[in-house]
Design a protein. Structure first.
Length: 206
């Protein structure tokens, strides 16, 4: 379906959340000025205090929704303590929201290697140089780390750092929200048991 037709179509009749998510992400790619794949990622470590920050979605399929990060970052620590997370996409230009939640697993080393290898050389060096979420004395200290790894990897491939990989959220809940007049929005939610394939769809009050 062309994107204008999709935009007019009634999404609440859709029966499968993944193709619907794919259509909305594609439309966001056309409508949003930046980062249509950006999502707020919520985690909650052992202290029970929720945390949230943006990440970029780097893939999704029947297995789940993947993002990449430093495993020694705050989010990495929180996920180690509690392998569950939620994501929320908000596409302002389209007035749409998608939220999902579920258990989290680490992606395979092969999958992470493949994605890491696709990144710009400077980004790969940055992954080595940044001790993400730990105190940094100065911008200069970061630049020294970048220079150190630039020299170290001056020749040949840059391997993926052992502390850098991807997480996959396997959603048990995916909700689609679309703005409606006078706050009478449309909401549908797809739910399933962990590791089940069949989704149950419910419409929710706005
Ligand atoms: C639009 C956007 C996309 C981002 N994407 C990522 C990402 O994919 N991975 C990542 O580690 N940090 C990403 N960040 C930075 C995170 O929001 C965050 O600052 C960083 O990961 C440290 O978070 P933590 O201390 O909770 O671990 C992104 C920030 C923005 C604003």
């Amino acid at each position: 379906m062309a994107s204008t037709e999709l935009r007019k179509a009634d999404f609440t009749t859709r029966q499968d959340p993944l193709p619907l998510f794919g259509d909305w992400l594609d439309e966001a790619g056309e409508a949003e000025p930046n980062d249509p794949n950006a999502a707020a990622l919520a985690t909650c470590g052992a202290d029970g205090l929720p945390d949230v920050r943006m990440v970029l979605l780097k893939g999704f399929d029947a297995r789940g929704f993947v993002f990449y990060t430093n495993f020694e970052s705050r989010k990495g620590e929180e996920l180690r303590e509690n392998m569950q997370a939620a994501m929320c996409f908000h596409w302002k230009s389209l007035r749409r929201q998608v939220r999902l939640r579920g258990p989290v697993a680490q992606v395979s080393d092969a999958e992470a290697d493949e994605y890491f290898a696709s990144r710009a050389r400077a980004s790969r060096i940055g992954a080595w140089a940044s001790k993400q979420s730990r105190p940094l004395e100065s911008r200069f200290a970061l630049e020294k780390e970048v220079a150190k790894y630039t020299a170290k990897f001056a020749v040949g491939d840059i391997p993926r750092p052992p502390h850098w990989s991807g997480f996959r959220i396997a959603p048990v809940y995916i909700e689609f929200w679309k703005d409606g007049a006078f706050r009478l929005h449309d909401r549908i939610v797809f739910q399933r048991e962990p590791e089940e394939e069949v989704w149950t769809k419910t419409r929710l009050y706005p």
